[in-house]
Write a protein that binds this ligand. Structure first.
Ligand SMILES: C[S@@+](CC[C@H](N)C(=O)[O-])C[C@H]1O[C@@H](n2cnc3c(N)ncnc32)[C@H](O)[C@@H]1O
Length: 285
């Protein structure tokens, strides 16, 4: 065993910071706080606390993984989404802030006391389904995914958050829903074109390809979900889809072609069309 140099929190952080991206600020503290099971404030309160050899080794291990680009969320195993702290693993997409737009839009249509049946297709860590379950406790949410390992993470999140008004089912898009109908279907499906160079860059390199890429234009899964929507929506029921910043027109056309009405796209904080929605014809809900 190599001799252990006694290093304090302050000195370990001072050595680590210049090795990390200065733009990303605070990453060294996030990783060290994770290793010690403490908050960043605690690190500032106890800068002279000396690390054990095991703590130093664990921190150095995380630092090495970060230096090759592994996302912070995978290193610490959590990501904040909506008002929830979610467990994430390499089997799940890391929930994105822009997906909160889909949650906001969904909530705008669901009355506070509604007892609707909602479906979240391709739930990943459960982000959208869990946010809706928390905000609309009288609704019943069915969350599906083709990945059993992602579903295990989503189920764990639901249990840890104490949310019981949802269930998880494994299978491709509508297949696990049999002939059930819903007042609302939401989905953030894979929508990146398979040849897109971004798949080989940044965080995307570490996320499951099956959560990201969808055919030559990124539209294959959006097409399948839109095509099946009317069979699974009650009259007047809503379909809400997240998509790429440049896919708004294509997704509106898919909803129009499949007979949905009141079709429109919604812009994210950067002004990009980021979600498209429409409803099945018939009575208002
Ligand atoms: C972009 S991720 C979204 C995850 C989560 N809803 C979120 O917003 O963070 C897409 C998800 O769809 C799932 N998926 C991909 N193809 C699928 C299919 N054919 N049927 C069901 N789920 C699928 C992936 O496993 C992944 O969890």
């Amino acid at each position: 065993m190599s001799p252990h140099t006694e290093l304090s929190i302050a000195s370990v952080l001072a050595r680590a910071r210049p090795r990390l991206d200065p733009e990303a600020g605070g990453e060294a503290e996030i990783l060290l706080a994770h290793v010690l099971g403490k908050t960043r404030t605690w690190l500032h309160t106890w800068p002279e606390r000396v690390l054990t050899a095991e703590e130093q080794a664990a921190f150095e291990g995380l630092l090495q993984r970060r230096l090759v680009g592994e996302p912070i969320a995978y290193l610490v195993g959590t990501r904040a989404f909506w008002s929830l702290d979610l467990t994430v693993t390499g089997d799940t997409l890391i929930p994105r802030p822009e997906t909160e737009l889909l949650v906001e839009q969904a909530l705008a249509f669901i009355p506070a006391e509604a007892e609707w049946a909602l479906a979240d297709l391709g739930t990943g860590s459960g982000a959208i389904a869990l946010a809706l379950a928390r905000e609309r406790p009288r609704c019943r949410i069915t969350a599906t995914d083709r990945s059993s390992s992602a579903l295990a993470v989503a189920r764990g999140n639901a249990a840890r958050l104490g949310l019981g008004n949802l269930e998880f089912r494994e299978g491709a898009w509508y297949e696990p829903l049999a002939d059930e109908r819903f007042q609302m279907i939401v989905s953030n499906p894979p929508y990146i074109a398979v040849g897109d160079r971004h798949l080989a860059e940044g965080d995307l390199r570490f996320e499951p390809r099956s959560a990201l890429a969808s055919g030559p234009e990124g539209l294959d899964d959006l097409r399948l979900i839109t095509a099946g929507a009317r069979t699974h929506l009650h009259a007047g029921g809503w379909l809400l889809l997240e998509h790429g910043y440049d896919q708004g027109a294509a997704v509106r056309a898919l909803l129009d072609d499949n007979g949905l009405v009141d079709v429109r796209s919604v812009r994210d904080t950067l002004g990009h069309e980021r979600a498209t929605l429409g409803r099945a014809p018939g009575v208002d809900l």
